[in-house]
Design a binder for this molecule. Sequence first.
Ligand SMILES: [Fe+2]
Ligand SMILES: [Fe+2]
Length: 180
Amino acid sequence: MKTGHEKIQKQISEEILRYGEPVLRSDAFRAAYHQTHHLKGNLADHILNVTIEGVNLCRRLQKKKIDVDERTVVLACLCHDLGMVGRDEKYESRLKSWKQHPEESLKQAKEICPDLDEKASLAIITHMWPIAGKAPRTREGRIVLAADKYASMIDWISFVKGKPWQQEIKEAVRKGGWMD
Ligand SMILES: [Fe+2]
Ligand SMILES: [Fe+2]
């Protein structure tokens, strides 16, 4: 018998896999496993950490009766840093990569998901505020911003692997077994 927490964790994992499938299957996302990111991590794991935090935040807001579009948050989180794949070849400097990758991430996101909605597009473009771009003005954009900042802080502090259920979904995505 699953506890309430375990049920929620299972739902979060399933939503990431269901909404995010086209991104998780994409060449850009698979290439993110070979891109270093934040000290010793890889970009794909960072993207998944952000997505897990993003859905967690959605759930916490929904508990307070605040309506948020989880599909938009999942897709925006999964695509927010795809523009960082091939960072050293694409951008002249670290500073330029920070400023320019949101646009590049959006380009990749639209190639993978041609029906990407406006809210998801805006959330991708505004996720680097205040380092680059404008501040997000939608709920979903603010969630992606907060999830990215939180996950990045954890990366920089210690690169903790996350709770066992979080490691489980990251491992399942990495192996691609769920694609069968
Ligand atoms: Fe970013
Ligand atoms: Fe990020």
